[in-house]
Design a protein around this ligand. Structure first.
Ligand SMILES: [Zn+2]
Length: 59
């Protein structure tokens, strides 16, 4: 898994940059029960989930 590609996502609350939540060694991303990646926004201190089911890749 290439963490650099998925490391940042736009925060849905304030459109700032959210950072991927990983373990302490930044190797394994944290996920919720559905396997979605977790992001933390340092601007508004919210965590949010990114789901790639709603992207332009949808066919
Ligand atoms: Zn935010």
């Amino acid at each position: 898994m290439n963490l650099e590609r998925i490391k940042y996502q736009t925060c849905p609350y304030d459109q700032e940059e959210g950072i991927l939540v990983t373990d302490l060694e930044e190797v394994i991303p944290e996920t919720d029960n559905d396997g979605n990646l977790q992001y933390y926004c340092p601007t508004c201190s919210n965590t949010f989930v990114y789901c790639d089911c709603d992207t332009s890749y949808r066919r």
